[in-house]
Design a protein around this ligand. Structure first.
Ligand code: 16G
Length: 246
């Protein structure tokens, strides 16, 4: 990788590095998935401080050009996964629609007595049996989301660990023959912390999208409450809107 850095120009060095790397990506001299030199190598190659290099790399990571993978290095981003917020789709369907193979790493599968706050969401008394499923969702083997799902046990006879390793929506619709109706979803920005970093290969404090979805069956019975964490550098959500004059 060759960057043209000119210390005599009145343009900050970090900005020159940033623009230089962007240009290499746009000219496809650096391709998606390519490893870029480490911060130390860049400092040595151009005789600049670590802070300057870090600023440039941080900006490129935040803008989605580069992706940091803990313990492996910094890579040219493969582009953000785009998800349209329209129908109530499942992770498996979304990935297949993009020609990618959905996968699941099951972290835990438990039948618990629901807490007050969870049971309230299902309109059932506190202590009702609820499935708690923690899953890492993969696309072609790459971790795309960390999901914690709650589903009422009485609604899902035959829901097992093996089912949770595949598509829950497929099981609900094709095995239990229940009709999934609508969902209420809240998206907010957050920062990766604790176990999320390890699971998604993110540095502590990396930007993430936090999504909470509550899905209902067609007859209005609550089916699931799901909290998902999506790495900010791998995902973008697109909403098509229609102007309505009130
Ligand atoms: C999506 C849903 C999640 C649902 C899952 C089912 C969002 C934010 N969440 O990840 O609520 O449980 O799909 O996927 O879209 P599955 O059928 O592949 O298990």
């Amino acid at each position: 990788m060759r960057l043209a850095i000119n210390k005599n120009l009145p343009i900050p060095i970090y900005y020159q590095i940033e623009e230089g790397i962007k240009a290499l990506i746009e000219q496809r001299e650096l391709k998606p998935g390519d490893l870029i030199p480490s911060e130390r190598e860049l400092c040595e190659a151009y005789g600049i401080s670590r802070m300057t290099v870090r600023q440039a790399v941080n900006n490129l990571v935040n803008d989605g050009y580069l992706v940091r993978q803990q313990g492996r290095g910094t890579f040219v981003s493969k582009g953000k996964m785009e998800q349209r917020l329209k129908g109530v789709t499942s992770f498996s369907e979304d990935m297949r629609a993009r020609g990618m193979e959905p996968g699941t790493k099951l972290l835990s599968f438990e039948r618990i007595q629901g807490s007050k706050s969870i049971c309230e969401k299902f309109s059932v008394p506190e202590g009702t049996m609820i499935f708690e499923v923690k899953r890492v969702r993969l696309a072609d083997g790459i971790p795309m989301a960390y999901e914690i799902s709650y589903l009422p046990a009485t609604l899902l006879p035959g829901f097992t660990l093996e089912v949770a390793e595949g598509s829950i929506y497929q099981f609900v619709e094709n095995v239990l023959m229940l009709e999934i109706g609508n969902a209420h979803q809240v998206l907010e920005a957050s920062l990766a912390r604790g176990v999320e970093c390890e699971i998604l290969g993110l540095e502590s404090g990396a930007p993430v999208l936090l999504i909470q979805r509550q899905t209902y069956l067609a007859d209005g019975v609550p089916l699931e409450v799901v909290r998902s964490v999506y790495p900010g550098d791998r995902y973008k959500f697109v909403i098509d809107m229609q102007r309505t004059v009130s």
